[in-house]
Design a protein around this ligand. Structure first.
Ligand code: NAD
Length: 434
C-alpha cells in the first residue's frame, strides 16, 4: 500500500518505519522541519532502541521517505494515518487542535478515495467529528477508521511488529477489510469493532493498566507498615491466571505521555456524560501521591536536616530505554527537593537533555555518569530502572557517597546485592535493610 503517516513522534515514526518494513511505501510527514531534516540526514529525533537501523534499511530499500509536504504525501497515498499528539489541556481533556488541523489539511489535499485512520488517542466521538470536518471541505470519498495504538516506548518496534492484538474501528466493511489485510502479517488477532468502541478500547486499556499499578502501589504502602514484602506478594498473586503478573511491580508510580494523560481524559469523557468515574479518580490520586514515597523516606531519615543536604538522583526518564520525560515522577521529586533547599545532583543515561529542557531550572547539578552523580551526596535516590544502575559496583558507589544511603524507588536491588556493604537501603513495599 501507499501510506502516509502524519506526525513523526514516538508513535508515528515507529509505525511508519514498521509499515515500510512490511513492504509498504510509506511517507512520514511532520510539520516540524527540524525533525524532517534530521530524518532526511539519516538521524532519528527520538531515542528508541533499533529504530535507527530499521529506518535506514527501509530508506535504502526505497520504501520510506520523510517530508513536510503533507498535501503531496496525501495525494500519493490511499491510506492516511494520523499520529499527531493529543496532549492534555489544563482541564484534563485531550487537546484536539493538532488532529483537527491535520484533518483539514488532508481534506484540502484529497484527490480521490482515501482511508483516513486515526492512531492518535482521541476521545469517543472524535473520528465521527473529524469525518464531518473533512466532508464539509471536500466531495471526495473517504472512510474513517479508528486504529488505536498500544505500543510502549522502549520496546516500540517489538510491540509494533508483534502486537498482542490490532483493533480496527470501522463503519465501512470494505475499509475494515483493507485494514485487516494490511495488519494480517503482524497478528491473526484482529478485533474489528464500531468506531466508538475502538476509541474506548484504548482509554479503557490504559485506565486498567494504570489501575493495576496504583493497586499494587497501595498494597506496597500497606506492606511497609505491616512488615510484608510486596515483591513476594506480587509474585504470589501474579501466578493466578485471572490476575496475571504484568503491571504488578510496585514503585514510585507511572508517568510518561500516555497513562497520566489518558486516565485524566477518561475521567473527563465520563464527566461530560454525567458519570463520575470514582475508581479512576482514586487511581490518579494514588499515583500522584506515590512519587512522594521517596521524599517521605528522605524526610524520615534526615528530618529537618534535609535542607542543605546533597541528594543524588539516578534516572530522569519516566521509564528505562526512552528519552521521554513527559510527566516523569522525577520532575515532581526534583522540584520538591530544590524547593526545600536540597542540593540535587542528577543523571540519566539518555534523557538528561530533554529533562533539562522541560525542567527549566539551573540549580541542579547535571552529571555525566552514575558514580559521578553519587560523589559527595548524603543519599542516592533511584527513580528509573535503567539497567546501567543495577550494574554499578556497590563498593565503588559506597566510596563515592558521603553517606551510604540508597533509596530505591523501583525495587531494583535485592538483599544479596547489598551483602558486604554498609548501605542503609530503602525500597518500596519491602522491609528496609541496614
Ligand atoms: P509526539 O508528540 O511524540 O509526536 C507528535 C508529532 O506530530 C510531532 O512531531 C508534531 O510535530 C507532529 N504534528 C503535530 N501536528 C501536525 C500536523 N498538522 N502535521 C504534521 N505533523 C504534526 O506524540 P506521540 O507520543 O507519538 O503520540 C502521538 C499520539 O499517539 C498521541 O495521541 C498519544 O496519546 C498516542 N499514543 C502514544 C503512545 C506513546 O507511547 N508515546 C502510545 C500509544 C498511543
Amino acid at each position: 500500500m501507499n501510506i502516509t503517516v502524519i506526525g513523526t513522534g514516538y508513535v508515528g515514526l515507529v509505525s511508519g518505519v514498521c509499515y515500510a518494513e512490511l513492504g509498504n511505501r510509506v511517507i512520514c510527514v511532520d510539520k516540524d522541519r527540524g525533525k524532517i531534516d534530521t530524518l532526511n540526514a539519516g538521524g532519528i529525533p527520538i531515542y528508541e532502541p533499533g529504530l535507527k537501523e530499521l529506518a535506514s534499511a527501509n530508506r535504502a530499500a526505497g520504501r520510506l521517505s520523510f517530508t513536510t509536504d503533507l498535501a503531496e504525501a496525501v495525494r500519493r497515498s490511499e491510506l492516511i494515518i494520523l499520529a499527531v499528539g493529543t496532549p492534555p489541556l489544563p482541564s484534563g481533556e485531550a487537546n484536539l487542535d493538532y488532529i483537527d488541523q491535520a484533518a483539514l489539511e488532508i481534506a484540502d489535499a484529497m484527490n480521490g478515495y482515501k482511508i483516513v485512520a486515526v492512531k492518535s488517542t482521541v476521545p469517543v466521538g472524535t473520528n465521527e467529528r473529524l469525518g464531518k470536518l473533512i466532508r464539509a471541505r471536500t466531495s471526495k470519498r473517504f472512510d474513517s477508521i479508528s486504529l488505536p495504538e498500544f505500543l510502549r516506548e522502549g520496546s516500540a518496534i517489538q510491540d509494533t511488529l508483534h502486537p498482542d492484538r490490532i483493533v480496527i474501528g470501522a463503519d465501512s466493511p470494505s475499509a475494515a477489510a483493507t485494514m485487516a489485510l494490511l495488519h494480517r502479517p503482524l497478528t491473526e488477532r484482529i478485533v474489528v469493532t464500531d468506531i466508538r468502541s475502538a476509541e474506548m478500547i484504548k482509554y479503557a486499556s490504559n485506565a486498567f493498566l494504570a489501575t493495576k499499578i496504583s493497586f499494587i502501589n497501595e498494597i506496597a504502602n500497606i506492606c511497609e507498615k505491616v512488615g510484608a514484602d510486596v515483591t513476594q506478594v506480587a509474585e504470589g498473586m501474579g501466578y493466578d491466571s485471572r490476575i496475571g503478573s504484568s503491571f504488578l511491580k510496585a514503585g514510585i508510580g507511572y508517568g510518561g505521555s500516555c497513562f497520566p494523560k489518558d486516565t485524566r481524559a477518561l475521567i473527563q469523557i465520563a464527566g461530560n456524560v454525567d458519570y463520575e468515574f470514582k475508581l479512576l479518580r482514586s487511581v490518579v490520586e494514588v499515583n500522584r501521591d506515590q512519587r512522594f514515597n521517596v521524599i517521605r523516606k528522605l524526610e524520615t531519615i534526615f528530618g529537618s536536616e534535609l535542607n542543605g543536604k546533597t541528594i543524588a538522583v539516578w534516572g530522569l526518564a519516566f521509564k528505562p530505554n526512552t528519552d521521554d520525560v513527559r510527566d516523569s515522577p522525577a520532575l515532581d521529586i526534583i522540584q520538591h527537593l530544590v524547593d526545600n533547599g536540597v542540593n540535587v545532583r542528577a543523571y540519566d543515561p539518555i534523557a538528561t537533555a530533554n529533562f533539562r529542557a522541560l525542567f527549566g531550572k539551573s540549580d541542579v547539578v547535571w552529571c555525566d555518569g552514575a558514580l559521578d552523580t553519587a560523589r559527595g551526596a548524603d543519599a542516592l535516590c533511584l527513580l528509573t530502572e535503567w539497567e546501567e544502575f543495577s550494574q554499578v559496583d556497590l563498593g565503588e558507589l559506597q566510596a563515592a557517597l558521603n553517606r551510604p544511603i540508597l533509596i530505591d524507588g523501583r525495587n531494583v536491588f535485592k538483599e544479596e546485592h547489598l551483602l558486604g556493604t554498609d548501605f542503609v537501603y530503602y525500597s518500596v513495599g519491602r522491609p528496609s535493610l541496614s
